[in-house]
Design a protein around this ligand. Structure first.
Ligand SMILES: *[C@@H]1O[C@H](CO)[C@@H](O)[C@H](O)[C@H]1NC(C)=O
Ligand SMILES: *[C@@H]1O[C@H](CO)[C@@H](O)[C@H](O)[C@H]1NC(C)=O
Ligand SMILES: *[C@@H]1O[C@H](CO)[C@@H](O)[C@H](O)[C@H]1NC(C)=O
Ligand SMILES: *[C@@H]1O[C@H](CO)[C@@H](O)[C@H](O)[C@H]1NC(C)=O
Length: 609
């Protein structure tokens, strides 16, 4: 049956070709390979330590192209843009029993509805199965993951993976930390599969998510310092007062939740949280959080990390008593000891986390993440596939919030990693993904841009419609300054900002002072979570993917930041100006003003005639 169908499709393809071309025989020539992605050299500070032990296996994730290319994007806008013209019918059950016409805004999708939206064509699945079978991979080793347009192939011998992908998998060690991963510098796919496969992982993505501090200052996190008595301090009280949320009492804590991610062995110290809340939120007794351990993170509340403590202490400090979930995500590379029999860790933490999220029926409405890396270290197809997964969360009504990064317009030498030696500004991913809300940093009593606040323009993602006016407004003020150093046709970031310096954090019972956009993201997430609380308390949909609303009616609910800049790459960077700018976005939140600008979907009864 399937075979018949494949033949028909193939015959059509043959008819569509010019008559003098040679018809592709079915099945396709699996040996005709075409490069999918390849680096010029081994990335960054990784070094090869040779092939993995004989018999090693790898789990491969294959992201397939959805059958309906624009379905997810169109739907995200329909459900997330309060001004979207698309309407849908709603039936109100008995006793009311009427059908209403309502804007699709806020009609978020279920897990299964999203899975249908991104599903690959059955032909794509059949083709992949045939290819895997050709290489001796049994269908019983293949399962769907990440919402349905990804396949996970488990237990693939590395030698088979090398054949499937025209790859040369080796063990690579990161010089500074001895983390060891199994990767290949390049990979290919049969020509016939290029139209069907978005990306394969793990292949050429060598990084692992780092906190913005680790990225800007190395793993030691130099932006963390002991507190001295003379330091000006930022505390939850100061932030709640500055951002105008002091008087709000959460009223929907039965339904509303906020999530925080912890990668890289960052755990929340429960005792530190209690001490922090006792001191800085004295109305909060016994703060708690639920820990969800993903891929054996080794979660241990007795080994707190500065990033995890910062994130949890500040979202709790702002959004308490909203219930908190801490995702403790394992799967990062560890030191590999060649003669031990420990299996090689091939997992990618972002993908492991996203897989779990997308499988879950029940996700916190707001999620804050303070990790990322230079966009150019992510293979473009890989970045697009990961970003699409954030889009899936947006379609389900989740606000996904990321720190923008701590390296201004770019840290280090800003050279392109293609060997050309060309210098360009270095955007940060996932902050550049159009389906997340990225948060830059400000500083001072009268807020100005924090000089380290990462911002600029993607080289991978096109400019999304929601920010066109804002970005063009900025370009008018910019003129031709920095032209050639950034990509004027693409997604600008960050979207918004918040305080980023002098945060007091309790770590191992000591007061620390922390700087970075890692501070800003949980603050914005806390404020958004309070707004979601209000919406839920009024029986309205939560805010979901925020950006169409943020750049629309909500923009007047932000304090415009018009001073400061984000130097880097040997330049003065971009300047904060009136309106949106790639340093502070549209500005810092004002809870009360935002409360007045919340979307209120009003159903209209269907006219009967
Ligand atoms: C997958 O295939 C390998 C052999 O290639 C086998 O050892 C393994 O048990 C299979 N199943 C799973 C679930 O990995
Ligand atoms: C990495 O391993 C080498 C020896 O294999 C050791 O000397 C060094 O201290 C290790 N570095 C770290 C950061 O663990
Ligand atoms: C990570 O966790 C997911 C969900 O719990 C599981 O399906 C997957 O096999 C895990 N992967 C690894 C490498 O442990
Ligand atoms: C500029 O960004 C677009 C996506 O918006 C991308 O397709 C293009 O390759 C980028 N140009 C450069 C020089 O990176």
């Amino acid at each position: 049956m399937h075979y018949h169908r494949l033949s028909v499709l193939c015959a059509l393809a043959v008819i569509a070709r010019p008559i003098d071309s040679v018809a592709t025989p079915f099945p396709p020539n699996w040996n005709h390979m075409h490069t999918k992605h390849r680096w010029n050299t081994i990335p960054g500070k990784w070094e090869s330590i040779g092939r993995p032990p004989v018999g090693s296996t790898i789990d491969l994730c294959i992201a397939l192209k959805p059958h309906r290319e624009h379905a997810l994007t169109d739907t995200i806008y329909e459900v997330s843009n309060p001004k979207h013209p698309k309407h849908a019918l709603f039936f109100i059950p008995p006793p009311t029993q009427v059908t209403l016409l309502r804007s699709r805004y806020g009609a978020y999708l279920s897990k299964d509805q999203v899975a249908k939206l991104v599903a690959p064509h059955p032909y794509t699945l059949k083709l992949i199965e045939t290819w895997l079978r050709h290489h001796g991979v049994s269908p019983s080793n293949v399962s769907t993951s990440h919402g349905g347009n990804w396949l996970t192939v488990t237990g693939v011998p590395v030698s088979t993976a090398n054949e499937l992908l025209g790859a040369s998998y080796q063990l690579y060690r990161y010089a500074e930390t001895n983390e060891t991963i199994l990767r290949t510098v390049g990979y290919a796919l049969p020509t016939a599969l290029h139209a069907h496969v978005q990306t394969v992982a793990p292949t050429t993505y060598f990084g692992s998510p780092l906190t913005s501090q680790e990225r800007a200052h190395g793993h030691r996190g130099r932006a963390v310092a002991a507190l001295s008595t003379r330091d000006v301090r930022v505390t939850p009280a100061a932030l709640r007062s500055r951002y105008n949320s002091v008087t709000y009492q959460p009223a929907a804590t039965e339904q509303n939740r906020i999530g925080i991610t912890g990668f890289h062995g960052q755990y929340v110290g429960d005792k530190d949280l209690k001490r922090f809340m006792r001191r800085f939120r004295s109305d909060a007794n016994d703060p708690t959080f639920l820990v969800i351990d993903i891929n054996n993170s080794g979660y241990d509340p007795k080994k707190p990390g500065f990033e995890a403590n910062l994130d949890m202490q500040y979202t709790q400090g702002i959004a308490w008593p909203t219930p908190h979930v801490f995702y403790s995500i394992g799967g990062q590379a560890e030191e590999f000891i060649p003669d031990s029999f420990t299996p090689v860790n091939t997992n990618e933490p972002f993908l492991g986390w996203l897989d779990t999220m997308i499988r879950s029926e029940d996700i916190p409405q707001t999620i804050s993440t303070s990790y990322g890396g230079n966009e150019q270290t992510f293979p473009p197809d890989y970045a697009k596939s990961v970003c699409q997964l954030f889009g899936q969360l947006g379609a389900r009504g989740i606000s996904v919030i990321f720190a923008s990064g701590d390296s201004g317009v770019g840290g280090a030498d800003c050279k392109k990693n293609d060997g050309s030696g060309v210098v360009e500004f270095q955007p940060i991913f996932p902050a550049t993904c159009p389906w997340v809300t990225s948060v830059g940093g400000t500083t001072g009593r009268i807020e100005v841009a924090a000089p380290f606040s990462s911002g600029g323009f993607s080289n991978v993602f096109k400019r999304p419609d929601y920010q066109t006016d804002a970005v063009l407004g900025f370009f008018q003020q910019l003129g031709n300054q920095h032209s050639g150093l950034y990509n004027a046709s693409s997604r600008g970031f960050p979207d918004v900002s918040a305080q980023a310096t002098r945060f007091v954090v309790i770590l191992n019972n000591k007061d620390m002072l922390i700087h970075g956009t890692s501070c800003s993201a949980p603050v914005v997430a806390g404020i958004i979570s309070l707004l979601n609380d209000y919406q839920l308390s009024q029986n309205r949909p939560v805010l979901g993917f925020l950006n169409p609303w943020l750049y629309g009616i909500a923009s007047q609910g932000f304090n415009d930041i018009t001073h400061g800049s984000n130097p880097g790459c040997g330049t003065g960077g971009f300047s904060a100006v009136p309106g949106w700018d790639p340093v502070t976005g549209i500005g810092t939140p004002d809870f009360q003003r935002l409360l007045e600008r919340l979307p209120i979907p009003i159903p209209t009864p269907i006219p009967t005639n």
